[in-house]
Design a protein. Structure first.
Length: 187
């Protein structure tokens, strides 16, 4: 089986040691390295364990002929751009069940017209995970609020809408929220 464990790990900015610690139960960086390079056979159990550690679906770690990876042509930082020392690929995002999208039709705050914001639906017991992140919150009569979740006070959420001068909104007892997890922007 050809895996994309290394590419996904690098795309997430994690070291072998980081992934090894995140595994449940923890393992060694050497084991993760052997699984990445194919020196050790990747079982379905290992694939699932590493996927959980990387917070992706197990299918994202398997290379499929009909799902092309994107070759990395250059690395860029404040010092400029250069070719990678060894071949690298990025894995295109896969859709996860339960994702919803927000389409930005007019520029506001850090968002530009044409942006898509992919959101993960969260149940009320997981709202704490979204503090200081952008969220979509359903309101009565088919309306929504979108902004930075700045506080959670029992069943009330405090949102700061994007854009300067916007007033804080307080929304009571929403059944779910959409946590912004990916920004898709055409250049």
């Amino acid at each position: 089986m050809i895996t994309a464990i290394r590419e996904v790990r690098r795309a997430r900015g994690l070291t072998l040691e980081d992934v090894a610690r995140r595994c449940d139960p923890p393992t060694t960086a050497q084991t993760i390295g052997r699984l990445e390079t194919g020196t050790r056979t990747v079982s379905v159990a290992w694939l699932n364990r590493i996927a959980r550690a990387l917070e992706v679906e197990a299918a994202d770690l398997v290379r499929l002929p009909e799902r092309p990876d994107l070759p990395v042509a250059a690395l860029v930082d404040g010092d400029g751009a250069w070719a990678p020392q060894r071949p690298e690929h990025v894995v295109p995002p896969a859709l996860q069940p339960g994702l919803i999208a927000v389409r930005v039709t007019g520029s506001v705050g850090d968002y530009r017209a044409g942006d898509e914001v992919w959101c993960e639906r969260l149940a009320p017991e997981r709202f704490g995970r979204a503090i200081n992140r952008d969220v979509l919150v359903p309101r009565p009569a088919g309306r929504f609020a979108f902004g930075r979740l700045i506080d959670r006070e029992e069943a009330r959420l405090h949102l700061l809408p994007p854009g300067s001068g916007a007033r804080q909104q307080v929304i009571a007892d929403p059944p779910w929220i959409g946590l912004a997890i990916r920004l898709v922007r055409a250049l």
